[in-house]
Design a binder for this molecule. Structure first.
Ligand code: NAI
Length: 401
């Protein structure tokens, strides 16, 4: 580790700076919030940690917080999604970055400790790892005024802690803001999942059968975009209302065991483990593609696939070919990790403009309400509304009152 950062290669900084510069063109809502918060001075001298997929949009959020006067630490919530050149650019620009693409679990824990021992004031989490760490080592959390959680999976973990009375910090469910999940989870993941899949495979989607597991916000987006590209969409669900909704949106709905022999592409979007099991994979067509768009890499049972396949090899960037005992081949994308980020560029910048504006607003809220009690809070309505109204204003759209 270097003094204040640990990245793969600091010489990649210039390349990373270009990537960050590009996204700054498309994040005007966050720029507007920056102007507002510059005046309040709430971030001045504060310590802020981000544990979130580390790519260009995240980097711009980190740099904006730094420009507001805070000292900023960053690691990636998923080492498979870390862009080394972006990490290098942040380090060069005075952010304490501890992140490397492909870091091991042990390295990731070291990074978290290296950051959190500096006793943060506020943090941004994506999946709940900082929150979990600060509950295990509460002395590191002595100065915490609040934790902002980015994604559905992390919010689920927070809700469990809160309902058991074990949440010892104030936390905001950023994912549950309308300006976040209605756009990021649905349109952001919908588009970027297919951008990543088509880029990695160089294959056509029209006329194919796409099986989407889960019809929550992410599943709806992934299904709608597949439909828009001319695929036939099959949805699997466990929730009867979501299953009906999928049917009424025009998709076929069935159990995974029935969908397994039909699919050309499989995309899991549930946030739950063991969605695609070996028994399903054994029924799949020769040449089926498997991808996951949920937060964790446990939706496709990759360990069983590895153990049961006759052989496996990496046949193209982020594509592993597995030859099954029945002679069929299946292709696993991005090792079953979060496909749109681990195997692609992540959400479009103008979508992340909304999500990260909500994040910036919530961090500011914690720093200007330092006496909040421990517990789970919703995003304040004024922040959620401000982000949506700003987005409309920038798009030149006026609506009735
Ligand atoms: P959600 O809660 O709206 O939807 C999940 C859906 O999966 C629910 O409808 C649930 O009934 C269904 N489900 C659960 N178990 C199932 C099973 N065994 N078979 C079929 N369906 C099942 O959650 P949301 O917002 O759609 O997020 C899903 C996952 O994606 C989470 O892990 C979240 O953190 C992650 N996420 C990923 C993003 C990305 O960039 N790839 C962006 C936003 C969220």
């Amino acid at each position: 580790m270097n003094n204040g950062y640990s990245v793969k290669d600091i010489n990649q900084a210039e390349e990373g700076e270009k990537l960050i510069k590009w996204v700054t063109n498309w994040m005007p809502v966050m720029d507007g919030l920056y102007e507002k918060f510059k005046v309040t001075g709430a971030f001045k001298g504060k310590k802020v940690a981000l544990c979130i997929h580390l790519e260009a949009k995240t980097a711009y959020l980190a740099l904006t917080i730094k420009k507001l006067g805070a000292e900023v630490w960053v690691t990636s919530s998923n080492p498979l999604s870390t862009k080394n050149e972006v990490a290098a650019a942040l380090a060069k620009n005075g952010v304490h970055v501890y992140a490397k693409h492909g870091a091991t679990h042990e390295e990731y824990n070291c990074f978290l400790e290296e950051i959190l021992k500096n006793k943060m004031d506020v943090t941004v989490d994506d999946g709940g790892d900082i929150c979990e760490f600060l509950h295990k080592s509460p002395t590191y959390g002595e100065n915490i005024k609040g934790i902002c959680e980015e994604t559905t999976t992390g919010v689920k973990r927070l809700k469990e802690l809160n309902s058991e009375g074990k949440l010892i910090y104030p936390a905001i469910a950023v994912n549950d803001a309308k300006s976040k999940h209605l756009f990021d989870n649905r349109y952001g993941t919908g588009q970027s999942t297919w951008t990543a899949i088509t880029h990695l495979t160089n294959m056509n989607v029209a006329g194919k059968v796409v099986v989407v597991a889960g019809y929550g916000w992410v599943g709806k987006g992934v299904a709608a975009r597949a439909d828009g590209m001319g695929a036939e969409v099959v949805v699997t669900e466990i929730d009867p209302w979501k299953a009906l909704e999928a049917r009424m949106d025009g998709h076929r709905v069935m159990k995974m065991e029935d969908a397994a022999p039909l699919g050309d592409y499989f995309v899991t979007t549930t946030g739950c483990s063991g969605i695609i099991k070996m028994e399903h994979i054994n029924k799949m067509k020769h040449g089926a593609f498997l991808a996951n768009a949920g937060h964790f890499d446990f939706e496709i049972d990759v360990p069983s696939l590895r153990a049961n396949a006759v052989s496996s090899s990496c046949v193209r960037n982020e594509i592993d070919e597995y030859i099954l005992k029945n002679g069929n081949k299946v292709y696993l994308l991005a090792q079953g990790g979060i496909i749109n980020i681990a195997g692609g560029l992540g959400h479009p910048a103008d979508i992340m403009d909304m999500s990260f504006s909500v994040q910036l607003g919530c961090l500011h809220y914690f720093l200007s309400h330092e006496d909040l009690k421990a517990g789970l809070y919703n995003v304040p309505e004024e922040i959620d509304r401000l982000v949506a109204e700003e987005k409309l204003r920038i798009a030149g759209i006026t609506i009735d009152k």
